[in-house]
Design a protein around this ligand. Structure first.
Ligand SMILES: Cc1ncc(COP(=O)(O)O)c(C=O)c1O
Length: 420
Protein backbone atom coordinates (compact mmCIF):
# COMPACT_ATOMS: atom_id res chain seq x y z
CA UNK A 1 0.00 0.00 0.00
CA UNK A 2 1.39 3.43 -0.92
CA UNK A 3 1.48 6.53 1.29
CA UNK A 4 -1.86 7.56 2.82
CA UNK A 5 -3.68 10.22 0.82
CA UNK A 6 -2.53 13.76 1.61
CA UNK A 7 -6.14 14.71 2.40
CA UNK A 8 -6.00 12.05 5.16
CA UNK A 9 -2.70 13.34 6.57
CA UNK A 10 -0.12 11.71 4.27
CA UNK A 11 2.71 13.63 2.60
CA UNK A 12 1.58 15.27 -0.66
CA UNK A 13 2.77 13.47 -3.76
CA UNK A 14 3.94 16.77 -5.23
CA UNK A 15 5.55 19.45 -3.07
CA UNK A 16 7.04 21.58 -5.88
CA UNK A 17 4.85 24.12 -7.70
CA UNK A 18 4.07 23.64 -11.39
CA UNK A 19 5.15 26.20 -14.01
CA UNK A 20 4.06 29.72 -13.08
CA UNK A 21 2.26 32.02 -15.54
CA UNK A 22 2.92 34.42 -17.24
CA UNK A 23 6.42 33.73 -18.55
CA UNK A 24 8.35 36.86 -19.53
CA UNK A 25 11.83 38.36 -19.67
CA UNK A 26 14.13 40.66 -21.62
CA UNK A 27 12.14 40.69 -24.89
CA UNK A 28 9.03 41.99 -23.09
CA UNK A 29 11.08 44.58 -21.19
CA UNK A 30 12.84 45.80 -24.31
CA UNK A 31 9.66 46.11 -26.33
CA UNK A 32 7.87 47.88 -23.49
CA UNK A 33 10.72 50.35 -22.96
CA UNK A 34 10.92 51.06 -26.67
CA UNK A 35 7.19 51.78 -26.79
CA UNK A 36 7.45 53.95 -23.68
CA UNK A 37 10.37 55.98 -24.98
CA UNK A 38 8.76 56.43 -28.39
CA UNK A 39 6.08 58.54 -26.73
CA UNK A 40 3.59 56.86 -29.07
CA UNK A 41 1.36 55.04 -26.63
CA UNK A 42 -1.78 54.72 -28.72
CA UNK A 43 -2.49 52.37 -31.59
CA UNK A 44 -3.24 55.18 -34.03
CA UNK A 45 0.33 56.47 -34.13
CA UNK A 46 2.37 53.61 -32.61
CA UNK A 47 4.03 50.66 -34.30
CA UNK A 48 3.54 47.77 -31.88
CA UNK A 49 -0.16 46.98 -32.34
CA UNK A 50 0.10 47.34 -36.12
CA UNK A 51 2.98 44.86 -36.17
CA UNK A 52 1.17 42.48 -33.85
CA UNK A 53 -2.09 42.57 -35.82
CA UNK A 54 -0.25 41.66 -38.98
CA UNK A 55 1.83 38.87 -37.39
CA UNK A 56 -1.02 37.34 -35.39
CA UNK A 57 -3.38 37.34 -38.38
CA UNK A 58 -0.74 35.77 -40.65
CA UNK A 59 0.01 33.10 -38.07
CA UNK A 60 -3.71 32.36 -37.77
CA UNK A 61 -4.37 32.06 -41.50
CA UNK A 62 -6.28 35.35 -41.74
CA UNK A 63 -5.76 38.38 -43.95
CA UNK A 64 -6.76 40.90 -41.28
CA UNK A 65 -6.35 41.31 -37.52
CA UNK A 66 -8.02 44.10 -35.53
CA UNK A 67 -6.60 44.52 -32.02
CA UNK A 68 -9.15 45.51 -29.39
CA UNK A 69 -9.35 45.97 -25.63
CA UNK A 70 -10.54 42.45 -24.75
CA UNK A 71 -12.07 39.24 -26.04
CA UNK A 72 -15.63 40.23 -25.12
CA UNK A 73 -15.64 43.43 -27.12
CA UNK A 74 -14.08 41.52 -30.03
CA UNK A 75 -17.13 39.21 -30.09
CA UNK A 76 -19.54 42.13 -29.96
CA UNK A 77 -17.73 44.02 -32.72
CA UNK A 78 -17.68 40.85 -34.86
CA UNK A 79 -21.45 40.52 -34.36
CA UNK A 80 -22.04 44.17 -35.28
CA UNK A 81 -19.80 43.90 -38.32
CA UNK A 82 -21.80 40.83 -39.38
CA UNK A 83 -24.88 43.06 -39.44
CA UNK A 84 -26.72 41.66 -36.42
CA UNK A 85 -30.01 43.42 -35.75
CA UNK A 86 -32.08 43.83 -32.60
CA UNK A 87 -33.50 40.49 -31.41
CA UNK A 88 -31.80 38.39 -34.07
CA UNK A 89 -30.78 35.02 -32.65
CA UNK A 90 -27.24 33.78 -32.14
CA UNK A 91 -26.58 30.13 -31.35
CA UNK A 92 -23.99 29.63 -28.62
CA UNK A 93 -22.91 26.74 -26.39
CA UNK A 94 -23.83 26.90 -22.68
CA UNK A 95 -20.48 25.47 -21.52
CA UNK A 96 -18.26 28.55 -21.88
CA UNK A 97 -17.31 31.74 -20.13
CA UNK A 98 -20.12 34.24 -19.64
CA UNK A 99 -18.77 36.59 -22.32
CA UNK A 100 -19.73 34.33 -25.23
CA UNK A 101 -23.39 34.93 -24.44
CA UNK A 102 -23.27 38.42 -22.92
CA UNK A 103 -21.49 39.78 -26.00
CA UNK A 104 -24.62 38.67 -27.88
CA UNK A 105 -26.89 40.50 -25.42
CA UNK A 106 -24.67 43.59 -25.70
CA UNK A 107 -25.24 43.45 -29.44
CA UNK A 108 -28.96 43.55 -28.55
CA UNK A 109 -29.40 40.02 -29.89
CA UNK A 110 -30.76 36.86 -28.29
CA UNK A 111 -28.39 34.05 -27.21
CA UNK A 112 -29.92 30.67 -28.02
CA UNK A 113 -28.20 27.80 -26.25
CA UNK A 114 -27.49 24.51 -28.04
CA UNK A 115 -26.11 21.55 -26.12
CA UNK A 116 -22.54 20.30 -26.24
CA UNK A 117 -21.27 16.79 -26.86
CA UNK A 118 -20.64 14.95 -23.60
CA UNK A 119 -17.27 13.61 -24.74
CA UNK A 120 -15.75 16.51 -26.67
CA UNK A 121 -17.36 19.29 -24.55
CA UNK A 122 -17.83 21.17 -27.87
CA UNK A 123 -21.02 22.40 -29.55
CA UNK A 124 -23.02 19.48 -30.97
CA UNK A 125 -23.88 20.25 -34.63
CA UNK A 126 -27.16 18.30 -34.32
CA UNK A 127 -28.22 20.55 -31.45
CA UNK A 128 -27.22 23.60 -33.51
CA UNK A 129 -29.38 22.52 -36.42
CA UNK A 130 -32.32 21.90 -34.07
CA UNK A 131 -31.96 25.38 -32.57
CA UNK A 132 -32.24 27.24 -35.88
CA UNK A 133 -35.32 29.44 -36.37
CA UNK A 134 -36.31 32.11 -38.88
CA UNK A 135 -34.55 34.66 -36.62
CA UNK A 136 -31.19 32.89 -36.46
CA UNK A 137 -28.36 34.96 -38.00
CA UNK A 138 -25.13 33.72 -36.44
CA UNK A 139 -23.59 30.53 -35.05
CA UNK A 140 -20.88 31.19 -32.52
CA UNK A 141 -18.95 28.00 -31.72
CA UNK A 142 -16.39 28.13 -28.91
CA UNK A 143 -13.24 26.05 -29.39
CA UNK A 144 -13.54 24.91 -25.84
CA UNK A 145 -10.29 24.52 -23.92
CA UNK A 146 -8.42 24.95 -27.22
CA UNK A 147 -9.91 21.99 -29.05
CA UNK A 148 -11.52 23.13 -32.31
CA UNK A 149 -15.26 22.60 -32.59
CA UNK A 150 -16.66 20.43 -35.39
CA UNK A 151 -16.16 23.18 -37.96
CA UNK A 152 -16.91 21.19 -41.13
CA UNK A 153 -20.37 20.34 -39.81
CA UNK A 154 -20.95 23.85 -38.46
CA UNK A 155 -19.87 25.54 -41.70
CA UNK A 156 -22.12 23.20 -43.70
CA UNK A 157 -25.11 24.10 -41.51
CA UNK A 158 -24.27 27.79 -41.84
CA UNK A 159 -24.08 27.52 -45.61
CA UNK A 160 -27.40 25.69 -45.83
CA UNK A 161 -29.16 28.32 -43.71
CA UNK A 162 -27.15 31.36 -44.92
CA UNK A 163 -25.75 32.12 -41.46
CA UNK A 164 -22.58 33.86 -40.38
CA UNK A 165 -20.07 31.90 -38.26
CA UNK A 166 -18.06 33.74 -35.62
CA UNK A 167 -15.50 31.51 -33.91
CA UNK A 168 -14.96 32.29 -30.24
CA UNK A 169 -11.30 31.26 -30.21
CA UNK A 170 -10.53 32.82 -26.81
CA UNK A 171 -9.01 29.48 -25.73
CA UNK A 172 -7.56 28.44 -29.05
CA UNK A 173 -4.44 30.43 -29.95
CA UNK A 174 -2.44 28.39 -32.47
CA UNK A 175 -4.88 25.46 -32.33
CA UNK A 176 -5.41 23.63 -35.63
CA UNK A 177 -8.47 22.04 -37.19
CA UNK A 178 -7.40 19.81 -40.10
CA UNK A 179 -4.20 21.88 -40.11
CA UNK A 180 -6.21 25.11 -40.45
CA UNK A 181 -5.75 27.64 -37.66
CA UNK A 182 -8.70 28.18 -35.34
CA UNK A 183 -10.11 31.64 -36.05
CA UNK A 184 -9.64 31.35 -39.83
CA UNK A 185 -12.44 28.91 -40.68
CA UNK A 186 -15.58 30.92 -39.97
CA UNK A 187 -16.32 34.37 -41.36
CA UNK A 188 -14.79 36.01 -38.30
CA UNK A 189 -12.67 34.82 -35.37
CA UNK A 190 -12.24 36.30 -31.91
CA UNK A 191 -9.38 35.84 -29.42
CA UNK A 192 -8.74 37.04 -25.88
CA UNK A 193 -5.39 38.04 -24.36
CA UNK A 194 -6.66 38.26 -20.77
CA UNK A 195 -4.19 37.20 -18.06
CA UNK A 196 -4.95 33.48 -18.02
CA UNK A 197 -4.83 33.01 -21.79
CA UNK A 198 -2.12 31.13 -23.71
CA UNK A 199 -1.08 34.43 -25.28
CA UNK A 200 -1.51 37.32 -22.88
CA UNK A 201 -0.82 41.00 -22.29
CA UNK A 202 -3.02 41.27 -19.18
CA UNK A 203 -6.09 42.46 -21.09
CA UNK A 204 -6.66 42.49 -24.83
CA UNK A 205 -8.33 40.83 -27.78
CA UNK A 206 -8.27 40.56 -31.55
CA UNK A 207 -10.72 39.91 -34.38
CA UNK A 208 -9.48 37.89 -37.35
CA UNK A 209 -11.06 37.72 -40.78
CA UNK A 210 -10.07 37.30 -44.42
CA UNK A 211 -13.09 39.24 -45.67
CA UNK A 212 -12.09 42.80 -46.61
CA UNK A 213 -15.55 44.27 -46.02
CA UNK A 214 -15.93 42.64 -42.59
CA UNK A 215 -12.43 43.83 -41.64
CA UNK A 216 -13.27 47.38 -42.69
CA UNK A 217 -16.48 47.24 -40.64
CA UNK A 218 -14.60 45.95 -37.56
CA UNK A 219 -11.93 48.65 -37.96
CA UNK A 220 -14.60 51.32 -38.09
CA UNK A 221 -16.55 50.01 -35.09
CA UNK A 222 -13.42 49.71 -32.91
CA UNK A 223 -12.37 53.24 -33.87
CA UNK A 224 -15.36 55.45 -33.08
CA UNK A 225 -17.09 54.78 -36.39
CA UNK A 226 -14.34 56.40 -38.45
CA UNK A 227 -13.80 55.20 -42.00
CA UNK A 228 -10.60 55.08 -43.99
CA UNK A 229 -10.18 58.33 -45.87
CA UNK A 230 -12.75 60.06 -43.64
CA UNK A 231 -12.21 63.09 -41.42
CA UNK A 232 -11.10 62.65 -37.81
CA UNK A 233 -14.41 63.92 -36.42
CA UNK A 234 -16.56 62.06 -38.89
CA UNK A 235 -18.40 59.08 -37.39
CA UNK A 236 -20.46 56.66 -39.42
CA UNK A 237 -21.77 53.88 -37.18
CA UNK A 238 -22.63 53.21 -33.55
CA UNK A 239 -19.23 52.49 -32.04
CA UNK A 240 -16.60 53.65 -29.54
CA UNK A 241 -12.89 53.57 -28.82
CA UNK A 242 -12.10 49.86 -28.38
CA UNK A 243 -8.51 50.09 -29.63
CA UNK A 244 -5.77 47.93 -28.15
CA UNK A 245 -2.97 50.02 -26.59
CA UNK A 246 0.69 50.08 -27.56
CA UNK A 247 2.02 48.68 -24.26
CA UNK A 248 -0.21 45.66 -24.68
CA UNK A 249 0.93 45.42 -28.28
CA UNK A 250 4.57 45.49 -27.16
CA UNK A 251 4.06 42.62 -24.72
CA UNK A 252 2.07 40.64 -27.28
CA UNK A 253 4.81 40.96 -29.89
CA UNK A 254 7.31 39.54 -27.42
CA UNK A 255 4.92 36.82 -26.21
CA UNK A 256 4.19 35.81 -29.78
CA UNK A 257 7.82 34.70 -30.14
CA UNK A 258 7.18 32.17 -27.39
CA UNK A 259 3.80 30.89 -28.59
CA UNK A 260 4.84 28.22 -31.08
CA UNK A 261 7.25 26.43 -28.73
CA UNK A 262 4.81 26.72 -25.81
CA UNK A 263 1.95 25.37 -27.92
CA UNK A 264 4.03 22.38 -28.97
CA UNK A 265 4.94 21.66 -25.34
CA UNK A 266 1.34 21.95 -24.15
CA UNK A 267 0.07 19.72 -26.93
CA UNK A 268 2.73 17.07 -26.33
CA UNK A 269 2.16 17.02 -22.57
CA UNK A 270 -1.62 17.20 -22.91
CA UNK A 271 -1.72 14.21 -25.25
CA UNK A 272 0.59 12.26 -23.00
CA UNK A 273 -1.53 12.96 -19.90
CA UNK A 274 -4.75 12.16 -21.76
CA UNK A 275 -3.32 8.77 -22.78
CA UNK A 276 -2.24 7.99 -19.22
CA UNK A 277 -5.49 9.10 -17.60
CA UNK A 278 -7.61 7.21 -20.14
CA UNK A 279 -6.23 4.00 -18.67
CA UNK A 280 -7.63 4.87 -15.22
CA UNK A 281 -11.17 3.77 -14.41
CA UNK A 282 -13.51 6.69 -13.90
CA UNK A 283 -11.43 9.42 -15.60
CA UNK A 284 -12.50 10.54 -19.08
CA UNK A 285 -10.27 13.19 -20.68
CA UNK A 286 -11.88 15.39 -23.34
CA UNK A 287 -12.22 13.17 -26.42
CA UNK A 288 -10.01 14.44 -29.22
CA UNK A 289 -11.38 13.84 -32.72
CA UNK A 290 -8.85 13.22 -35.51
CA UNK A 291 -9.71 16.60 -37.06
CA UNK A 292 -8.11 18.35 -34.07
CA UNK A 293 -4.60 18.41 -35.50
CA UNK A 294 -3.36 20.64 -32.70
CA UNK A 295 -4.97 21.28 -29.33
CA UNK A 296 -3.83 24.44 -27.58
CA UNK A 297 -4.69 23.02 -24.14
CA UNK A 298 -5.73 26.33 -22.67
CA UNK A 299 -7.52 23.93 -20.37
CA UNK A 300 -7.19 20.19 -19.99
CA UNK A 301 -10.80 19.09 -19.59
CA UNK A 302 -11.88 15.79 -18.13
CA UNK A 303 -14.89 14.08 -16.59
CA UNK A 304 -14.90 12.16 -13.33
CA UNK A 305 -17.23 9.23 -12.91
CA UNK A 306 -18.11 9.38 -9.20
CA UNK A 307 -19.22 5.74 -9.17
CA UNK A 308 -15.71 4.57 -10.07
CA UNK A 309 -14.31 6.44 -7.05
CA UNK A 310 -17.18 5.80 -4.65
CA UNK A 311 -16.98 9.54 -3.91
CA UNK A 312 -18.34 12.64 -5.60
CA UNK A 313 -16.28 14.77 -7.99
CA UNK A 314 -15.68 17.39 -5.30
CA UNK A 315 -14.01 14.83 -3.00
CA UNK A 316 -11.73 13.59 -5.77
CA UNK A 317 -10.77 17.17 -6.66
CA UNK A 318 -10.07 18.05 -3.02
CA UNK A 319 -7.91 14.95 -2.70
CA UNK A 320 -6.03 15.91 -5.87
CA UNK A 321 -5.51 19.44 -4.63
CA UNK A 322 -4.14 18.07 -1.35
CA UNK A 323 -1.64 15.98 -3.34
CA UNK A 324 -0.26 19.27 -4.74
CA UNK A 325 -2.06 19.28 -8.10
CA UNK A 326 -4.04 22.50 -8.73
CA UNK A 327 -7.39 21.59 -10.24
CA UNK A 328 -10.76 23.25 -10.82
CA UNK A 329 -14.31 21.91 -11.16
CA UNK A 330 -14.85 24.12 -14.22
CA UNK A 331 -17.95 26.12 -15.13
CA UNK A 332 -20.35 25.44 -12.29
CA UNK A 333 -23.53 26.26 -14.21
CA UNK A 334 -24.69 26.12 -17.82
CA UNK A 335 -24.85 29.79 -18.79
CA UNK A 336 -28.64 29.71 -19.10
CA UNK A 337 -28.82 28.78 -15.40
CA UNK A 338 -26.89 31.90 -14.36
CA UNK A 339 -29.11 34.35 -12.44
CA UNK A 340 -28.44 36.92 -15.17
CA UNK A 341 -30.29 34.75 -17.71
CA UNK A 342 -32.92 33.30 -15.39
CA UNK A 343 -33.86 36.84 -14.29
CA UNK A 344 -33.33 38.36 -17.73
CA UNK A 345 -31.27 41.03 -16.03
CA UNK A 346 -30.25 42.53 -19.37
CA UNK A 347 -30.31 46.19 -18.37
CA UNK A 348 -31.27 48.29 -21.38
CA UNK A 349 -30.78 45.44 -23.87
CA UNK A 350 -33.48 43.26 -25.44
CA UNK A 351 -36.46 45.22 -24.06
CA UNK A 352 -39.03 43.31 -26.13
CA UNK A 353 -37.55 39.80 -26.09
CA UNK A 354 -37.07 40.08 -22.32
CA UNK A 355 -40.82 39.89 -21.86
CA UNK A 356 -41.12 36.49 -23.56
CA UNK A 357 -37.71 34.84 -23.16
CA UNK A 358 -37.67 32.13 -20.52
CA UNK A 359 -34.28 30.56 -19.94
CA UNK A 360 -35.73 28.40 -17.14
CA UNK A 361 -37.22 26.26 -19.91
CA UNK A 362 -33.86 25.62 -21.60
CA UNK A 363 -32.45 22.14 -21.14
CA UNK A 364 -29.01 20.99 -22.34
CA UNK A 365 -28.58 17.66 -20.52
CA UNK A 366 -24.93 17.06 -21.46
CA UNK A 367 -23.87 20.47 -20.26
CA UNK A 368 -25.88 20.05 -17.07
CA UNK A 369 -24.26 16.70 -16.31
CA UNK A 370 -20.79 18.15 -16.85
CA UNK A 371 -21.43 21.23 -14.73
CA UNK A 372 -23.31 19.47 -11.93
CA UNK A 373 -21.49 16.16 -11.58
CA UNK A 374 -18.57 15.38 -13.80
CA UNK A 375 -16.54 18.24 -15.25
CA UNK A 376 -13.10 19.42 -14.16
CA UNK A 377 -10.00 21.01 -15.64
CA UNK A 378 -6.33 21.79 -15.26
CA UNK A 379 -4.99 25.15 -16.42
CA UNK A 380 -2.60 25.59 -19.31
CA UNK A 381 0.57 26.47 -17.40
CA UNK A 382 0.68 22.98 -15.84
CA UNK A 383 1.47 21.73 -19.34
CA UNK A 384 4.57 23.87 -19.87
CA UNK A 385 6.92 21.79 -17.71
CA UNK A 386 8.66 18.47 -18.31
CA UNK A 387 6.84 15.20 -18.95
CA UNK A 388 7.59 14.21 -15.35
CA UNK A 389 5.00 16.85 -14.30
CA UNK A 390 2.41 14.81 -16.20
CA UNK A 391 3.60 11.66 -14.45
CA UNK A 392 3.04 13.40 -11.10
CA UNK A 393 -0.53 14.33 -12.05
CA UNK A 394 -1.24 10.79 -13.26
CA UNK A 395 0.29 9.25 -10.12
CA UNK A 396 -1.83 11.51 -7.91
CA UNK A 397 -4.93 10.17 -9.67
CA UNK A 398 -3.65 6.61 -9.36
CA UNK A 399 -3.04 7.04 -5.64
CA UNK A 400 -6.53 8.45 -5.12
CA UNK A 401 -8.12 5.68 -7.14
CA UNK A 402 -6.16 3.00 -5.27
CA UNK A 403 -7.28 4.44 -1.93
CA UNK A 404 -10.81 5.34 -2.99
CA UNK A 405 -12.36 3.32 -0.16
CA UNK A 406 -10.54 5.47 2.43
CA UNK A 407 -11.56 8.62 0.52
CA UNK A 408 -15.18 7.46 0.43
CA UNK A 409 -15.19 6.81 4.22
CA UNK A 410 -13.58 10.20 4.87
CA UNK A 411 -16.09 11.94 2.59
CA UNK A 412 -19.06 10.21 4.22
CA UNK A 413 -17.80 11.14 7.70
CA UNK A 414 -17.05 14.78 6.87
CA UNK A 415 -20.30 15.21 4.95
CA UNK A 416 -22.26 13.99 7.97
CA UNK A 417 -20.52 16.58 10.13
CA UNK A 418 -21.62 19.43 7.92
CA UNK A 419 -24.15 21.68 9.69
CA UNK A 420 -27.72 21.78 8.45
C1 LIG B 1 -14.55 31.38 -24.22
C2 LIG B 1 -14.30 32.82 -23.88
N1 LIG B 1 -14.83 33.77 -24.64
C3 LIG B 1 -14.64 35.07 -24.40
C4 LIG B 1 -13.88 35.48 -23.33
C5 LIG B 1 -13.75 36.94 -23.05
O1 LIG B 1 -12.45 37.42 -23.08
P1 LIG B 1 -12.05 38.70 -22.22
O2 LIG B 1 -11.96 38.29 -20.78
O3 LIG B 1 -10.73 39.09 -22.81
O4 LIG B 1 -13.08 39.74 -22.41
C6 LIG B 1 -13.27 34.53 -22.50
C7 LIG B 1 -12.44 34.95 -21.37
O5 LIG B 1 -12.19 34.28 -20.42
C8 LIG B 1 -13.50 33.16 -22.77
O6 LIG B 1 -12.99 32.21 -22.00
Amino acid sequence: MSQPLAILGGAPLRARPFTAWPIFGDPEEQRLLRALRSGKWGKLNGLEVAEFEQRFAAMHGAKHGIGVVNGTVSLRIALMAAGIKAEDEVIVPPYTFLATATAVVEANAVPVFADIDLETFNLDPKAVEAAITSRTRVIMPVHIAGQPADMDAIMAIAKRHKLVVIEDAAHAHAALYRQRPAGSIGHLGSFSFQSSKNLTCGEGGIITTSDDALAEACRSIHNCGRISGGLWYEHHVMSANYRLGEFQGAILNAQLERLEAQTQTRDRNGQYLAARLSRLPGIHPQKRPADCTRHSYHLFLFRIDAAAFGAPREAVLQALQAEGVPVCGGYALPLYRQPLFLNRAFGPYLPNASRTLDYAKVSCPNCEKICREQGAWFEQSLFLGPQSDMDDIAQAFERIHEQRAALARFTAATTQKLPG
